[in-house]
Every structure is written in C-alpha cells, then in structure tokens.
Write a protein that binds this ligand. Structure first.
Ligand code: GLA
Length: 420
C-alpha cells in the first residue's frame, strides 16, 4: 500500500514536474543486492568530455584489459554524457548515429566480450547537462531499453531537473531499473545538493555523489572545479551512511589526467580508497604512463577500498596541514592515511590511540606504496610525509588475539620508528 502511494507520487512528480510536499511519505525500496563493495571501473567524462565515440569506448575497454586494470578489479566501462541521439517514432532513445553507428547494443556486447560490464548515463530532467535527451517522463521506457541493450550500470544526473522533487525523481528511475528485470547498478548524481546520503539508498541507489564535479587539481573549490582537498573535507561526517550496497561517491578519479603530481595522485587514490569510494578511473587508459598505471593498479591500496567490511574511513586527527584517516578492515587490521596537505615536508606521528589501541600493542606496519614492512612498533610511529602527499600504511596487530596488557609497566617504551 505504502509502496503504491510512493509510486503514484513519483509518477505525479515526473509527469507534471510538481514539487511534492516535504511531508510526502516514501517507502524504502529493498536493496538490489549489487555493489556490495564499491564499484570499480572507468568513465569517459573526466578525460574525454563529449568527445566520445564507439571507437574510443572500445579502445578504453581493450586498454582496461591489456593494462592489467581488469585483473586489478576494474569492471565497469561507463559511457557518460553525449552518447545520445534522438528518440525514434516510438519514443525509444537512440545513440548518436555519427559517433555510435553500430548502436549501444553492439558496444555493450563488445565490452561484455572483454569480460567487463557496461554502463551508461542519463538525466532526470528532459535534457542532460550537455543538452542531450534526458529521461524525464520516459524513465520506464529508457530502463527497458537499457536492459535490452545489456546495460549493467546507470549514472543518473540532475541537470534541467530543478522543478522536480528530487527523491521522487530518483525513486522513479530506481523503480524503473528494478522493473526492467536486469541487475543494474544505480549511480545517483545530484552533486550532494539535497543530502542524498539521507535518502538515496532507500530509492535503490547504490552510490550517490556527495559534491559538485571534481577537477584535476589538489585544491580549488570554484563551481564544478573542486580539488581533491575540498572534496575530501566534504566527506568527513558522512561515514555512517556508507556500507555494502550503498556508497558515498566523492566523484571519479583524476589520476593520470596531468594536472597533479605523482605524489598528489597517490594521495588522491589513497584517500578515495580509505573513504571506500567507488574507484572510477577518469583518464585515457590507452595512453597512460607506467607511473599512472602503477598507481591505479596498486592492489594493496585497492584491497583497502574493496574490503568486505565496507566501512568508510574517518578523519581521526586534524592538526593544521596534517591529518590522519583510519579505516577498519576485515580481520582486525586497520588502514591509515597520513596526509600532508601543505607544501612543506613534515613528519606525522601516528599514536596508537588514534587507532583506538592501547600503547603496548605491538603493531606491524606495512607501507602500501613502497610495499615494505616497517619496523614493528609499540605506542606510536613517526613517518615522514613529502609536501602535498600521503603515506598509506596497513597496521596489523603482531599477534592477533594474543595481545595482553603487560603485567607491569604498562607505559610502553618509545617504540617509535621513522620510515626509512
Ligand atoms: C555533470 C556530472 C558530471 C558529468 C557531466 C556530464 O556535471 O556531475 O560527472 O556527468 O554532468 O555532462
């Protein structure tokens, strides 16, 4: 019954663009069982913008396989804005015949033939952000079309949708995807404007953008030019809303697009991993440097992101330009990012208290970028962090399950180590 009311409300909002009253009740939709770990893949927007074609997408799918990205866990190849042509006589959405002459079904088949999954983009308004055909009023028809094409992932944007009630609009497409009968990951993209972390999962969202668009820079917060640090700050406090099947999305990766240093890209990737963020590469995979490839395929960092516990890391220390972020992992270890936001090299001391551990616990620490074990320590460890960079470690209790407080002298020896 409540489900029926919610569906009707969604239909009204969609058909007439009416803003629903705040007190409108919604029934939470059951989870679709997808994205139990944060989705990993590639999306065309950050590098190619509207300059896409079926040849480009095939090339990127090929590169995802040949570069080792697929083996590292990347799965979805997502075509963002600008693939659209006009609707046909029956109202079915078609691909741009010049840029995608073989059609979307053939492209999805190709991506699937490479052992990957295929994603597409639409918008809750009647136009996309780049003025292509949106899904408003055609949600169920479009979802059926996507399913028939073999789409596995939909990114659903919010341009030209101001007159709609946001939750009803996303609920309509969520219901449409479910009704399509195909498992399709639902990526909600309304830029955090209406606090989607409060409602997006209940309309079937598997991930939701928490901010405006990222840009390929360390700092900056102009409209749609949000640097890594600006976006990072907006994630703090949202930890409780993420979990298996439903993730905060701080936007796609800029690693390899050329606007940041290698240290900054490693920090960007480390931070997205500790946030349990979707890892959607946004560079040209077919032409990436070895350095970029090594960042994007660092399996130990990826394992932090993909950890089955699905806990989003949190900032536990903020001290001027230095920060410590911690993410608990399955099996009792913890991932830690020591971040130096500033332009001067520094040393960051990680006290066991920041990990919720007493000082006498011996911890093994592994540096996830140098892939080296650090000297086991108790109480704290001091690590050198270059300017605008991060160090990422995994902290593992040396003898899991056997740690006991010392009989006497509970204050451990200094135990501090500096990174080599
Ligand atoms: C919005 C989204 C971006 C991208 C563009 C495409 O700005 O936030 O991620 O999809 O639209 O036009």
């Amino acid at each position: 019954m409540r489900l029926g009311i919610a569906c009707a409300a969604a239909a009204v909002a969609t058909l007439h663009g009416a803003a629903l009253a705040d007190e409108q009740t919604f029934a939470a939709r059951p989870a679709n069982g997808l994205a139990l770990v944060p989705p990993m893949g590639w999306n065309s927007w950050n590098h190619f913008g509207c300059d896409i074609s079926e040849a480009t997408i095939r090339k990127e799918a090929d590169a995802m396989v040949s570069s080792g990205m697929k083996d590292a866990g990347y799965q979805y190849v997502v075509v963002d804005d600008c693939w659209h042509g006009e609707r046909d006589g029956q109202g079915n959405i078609q691909a741009d015949p010049q840029r995608f002459p073989s059609g979307i079904r053939a492209l999805a088949d190709y991506v699937h033939s490479r052992g990957l999954k295929f994603g597409i983009y639409s918008d809750a308004g009647d136009q996309t952000c780049q003025g292509r055909t949106g899904s408003r009023g055609r949600e169920f028809q479009d979802a059926r079309q996507y399913a028939a094409w073999g789409v596995d992932y939909l990114k659903y944007d919010w341009c030209h949708a101001e007159s709609l009630e946001v939750r009803a609009a996303y609920e309509t497409m969520g219901d449409a995807l479910r009704a399509s009968g195909r498992p399709i990951v639902f990526s909600i993209c309304e830029w955090g404007t209406h606090k989607p972390w409060l409602w997006a999962a209940s309309v079937g969202g598997n991930l939701w953008r928490t901010t405006g668009d990222i840009h390929d820079g360390w700092t900056g917060n102009a409209r749609d030019r949000n640097g890594v640090l600006y976006i990072l700050d907006l994630q703090s406090g949202l930890e409780g809303f993420a979990g298996p099947g439903h993730w905060n999305d701080p936007d796609m990766l800029e690693v390899g697009n050329g606007g940041m240093s290698a240290d900054q890209y490693r920090a960007h990737f480390s931070l997205w991993a500790i946030l349990a963020a979707p890892l959607m590469a946004g560079n040209d995979l077919s032409a990436m440097s070895e350095e970029t490839r090594r960042i994007l395929t660092n399996r130990e960092v990826i394992a932090v992101d993909q950890d089955r516990l699905g806990v989003q890391g949190r900032r536990v220390v903020r001290n001027g330009d230095t920060e410590i972020w911690v993410k608990p992992l399955e099996g009792g270890s913890q991932a830690v990012v020591l971040l130096n936001r500033g332009v001067v090299a520094t040393t960051i001391r990680l006290e066991w208290s920041a990990l919720g551990l007493p000082p006498y616990v011996p911890l093994s620490l592994r540096d996830l970028w140098s892939a080296r074990e650090l000297r086991p320590a108790t109480a704290s460890v001091a690590l050198d962090v270059p300017p605008t960079a991060a160090v990422m470690v995994r902290a593992v209790p040396s003898r899991p399950g056997e740690v006991r407080p010392p009989v006497s002298a509970p204050r451990a020896s200094s135990g501090s180590a500096r990174s080599p």
